[in-house]
Design a protein around this ligand. Structure first.
Ligand code: ASP
Length: 467
């Protein structure tokens, strides 16, 4: 018999059906055995009645066994119907049960919220953790958000293009993860902190409207809202101003989250300068919601603009605040070119904040070699260093680079806002632990001597810790 999804059972009352899935709960009442069965769509209660041929096998079955069940879909009598439960008005009268695969006892309870369970245990058994209702919901919310962003961008004539993972360092303000090159002894690739330079090169290549659901990999100190890896909805557009990019992103975010059933506090999104935000809220990732709006899960978006381009490092040198590839605001371009009033130069950066966190950020880019050169000069780069670091961009800009700009929206931050989660790892399928250990699998780990030799690497024994 063909499989029916549990979520479809309501359309098959009175019929005999076959379902497949997991045993969510088993309640043995002696004469009768009750089950809740679960598949990707829903949950349904099943009952093995006293005279049923399925009784013997029902006694063997435990939680999380994988089963195929045949039975009749019955409407529950009015008094037994549970309107607050999925499929609460029907029940499967079980005729046969086939065990497709048994299961060991769960290492922890997955029937409720697993956020309180020890992190390393959850990580080791992440595939079980992900079975829990909350994690299923988080991952499905994530999937829907990405799907809707993609669909929206396709309707607006964007093209999705992948950019390399093995690449050269792009400055995003973090450390790089590096990969040794077997073919080039002593040389290393960097994993991308973002596709920043490639997406700009794609504008020079004439694509005009690019997006990518891009992985960004940064060696950062791990925090609740930060991991080594995150995903961005990465966008770049040609022949645009700040207004154009902000309008496009605002329209996309509104369309996507409203289609997902969320309400937005204020449209159009309010705008505030960095200076005013700091004065008014004391930070640039403020939360505009009232306590009641927080309760209701309302999304309070706002744009922050007019950020300073540069800030001083601890050693007293200038560095960029957001993105070295940005263009200053037109009124301040002259200061940049002359290297004057550095601390006062404002950038075309725009950050999208939502519910107290940064949901995205981007800028209009410097598209002329002399402007990008001026940025790096401010940061103290010599002509040679400049050539070494961004020579390829300076060269590309000499071949008809259109005006362009873009943004990256952090997928995890957005899903945290949508789900109300406060930890990044609750919205990633296989996140790392705080100690940087991968879920389920055991990286990082040592390489064999053979691999080290192939990669032309030797390990400094003093640096190796016991674990
Ligand atoms: N590359 C920037 C980032 O990853 C985003 C952008 O400016 O488009 O934050």
């Amino acid at each position: 018999m063909q499989r029916t999804l549990i979520g479809e059972l309501g359309n098959h009352i009175g019929e005999t059906v076959s379902i497949s899935g997991w045993v969510d709960v088993r309640r043995d009442q002696g004469k009768m055995v009750f089950f809740d069965f679960r598949d990707r769509s829903e949950i349904v209660q099943g009952v093995v009645l006293p005279a049923s041929g399925a009784m013997e096998i029902a006694k063997e079955i435990r939680n999380e066994f994988v089963v195929r069940v045949e039975g009749t879909v019955n409407k529950r009598p009015e008094k037994n119907a549970q309107s607050n439960r999925q499929n609460g008005d029907i029940e499967l009268e079980i005729k046969t049960i086939e065990i497709l695969n048994p299961s060991d006892a769960m290492p922890f309870d997955i029937s409720g919220d697993t956020s309180g369970i020890d992190e390393s245990v959850r990580a080791e058994y992440r595939y079980l953790d992900l079975r829990s209702k909350r994690m299923q919901k988080n991952m499905r919310t994530r999937g829907e958000f990405i799907r809707r962003c993609r669909e929206y961008l396709f309707t607006k004539d964007f093209i999705e293009i992948e950019t390399p993972l093995l690449t050269e360092s792009t400055p995003e303000g973090s450390r790089d993860f590096v990969v040794p090159s077997r073919l080039n002894p002593g040389k290393f690739y960097a994993l991308p902190q973002s596709p920043q330079q490639y997406k700009q090169l794609l504008m020079i290549a004439g694509f005009e409207k690019y997006f990518q659901i891009a992985r960004a990999i940064r060696d950062e100190d791990l925090r609740a809202d930060r991991g080594f890896e995150h995903t961005q909805v990465d966008i770049e557009m040609s022949f645009v101003t700040m207004e154009d990019v902000m309008a496009a992103v605002e329209d996309m975010m509104t369309a996507v989250v409203e289609a997902m059933g969320y309400a937005i506090k204020q449209k159009p999104f309010p705008r505030i300068s960095y200076k005013d935000a700091m004065e008014k809220y004391g930070n640039d990732k403020f939360d505009l919601r009232t306590p009641e709006e927080k309760e209701k899960g309302i999304l309070a978006y706002a744009w922050v603009v007019n950020f300073p381009f540069f800030e001083k490092t601890d050693s007293g040198d200038w560095t960029f605040t957001h993105n070295p590839f940005s263009m200053p605001i037109p009124e301040h371009l002259d200061w940049l070119m002359k290297g004057e009033r550095i601390g006062e130069i404002l950038t075309t950066q725009y950050d999208l904040v939502c519910n107290g966190s940064e949901s995205g950020g981007g800028s209009i880019r410097a598209n002329k070699p002399e402007i990008l050169e001026a940025v790096y000069r401010v940061m103290g780069f010599s002509k040679e260093e400049l050539k070494e670091r961004i020579g390829h961009m300076l060269k590309a800009f000499r071949y008809g680079a259109p005006p362009h700009g873009g943004i990256a929206l952090g997928v995890e931050r957005n899903i945290m806002n949508l789900t109300g989660e406060t930890m990044l790892r609750e919205v990633q399928a296989f996140p790392m632990t705080r100690g940087g250990q991968t879920a389920v699998m055991k990286a990082p780990k040592p390489l064999s001597q053979k691999q080290l030799n192939e990669l032309h690497l030797s390990i400094n024994a003093d640096d190796v810790s016991e674990n």
